[in-house]
Design a protein around this ligand. Sequence first.
Ligand SMILES: [Zn+2]
Length: 284
Amino acid sequence: METVALRRGLDHLLDNGLHVEVLATDRSTSVKKIMRKEYEEVDHQFDIWHTAKNIQSKLISKSKKRGCAALKPWMRSVRNHLWYSAAKAKGNVETLKSTWNSVLHHIIDEHTWTEGGTERSCHHTPLTDEDREKKMWLCKDSEAYQELARIVLNTTLQKDLENMGRFKHTGALEVFHSSLLKYAPKRQCFSYQSMKQRTNLAIMHHNENLTQKPKLDSEGKPVIVQEWSKRSKEWVTRKRYQQNTVNFRTKLMQLLLERRNDPTVIFRDTSSTLLYFFTSTSIT
Ligand SMILES: [Zn+2]
């Protein structure tokens, strides 16, 4: 289904004259193949979120192995390091690779090293003795380190890093999917027409809340809370955001009543989605 949707979606955009410069997806092998063979002109980038999630699952599973528990305190840092490396790359794949691979030095308390005759160092500020004492550094000959090295230097991952230099991620799409679930729950079956309109509602909901404002306390500072993450099994800090607004619904109801009272009314709303919603729905 994914490959059918990909071809249909992309062809639809291209046929309508839209210039698609970059497409970010997960690292599905079938999608990789289609993009390489059929859409050479589009730069195919891999979503950092999916890749980081994949690395984290590998780390969780390896940390359960005998002699690899030492990986546990590092899992979050390794995942964040991938985000950091991609953000710092600014399109340069070599920078991305060397920053990502540097984790194998940092984790054994080695912050400057020589690579191919070049002096390299971690990007962080020099660590104090106190900082160093707090960290649970790995030993280079430990099983945990060997497992980490296998994950970091994995051939497929190293190859895929070449398609991650532009730091693309589908975070906004994930947020859209979660708002789509409110309008079209997966447990219910909808007709094609209904699904289309429900998707339109989700689009309007999403667009209205594109810029989420942080929740502020009485002193005007952002509210940050500590929460237990069931997935990573550790305490994490999260910023609280203001509740989403749904003002578009009131607007829709007003338009609906206006149209109901006078069928000759033509909506001239600036939002094309709103127009689409009405032009493709029969209101009687
Ligand atoms: Zn370091």
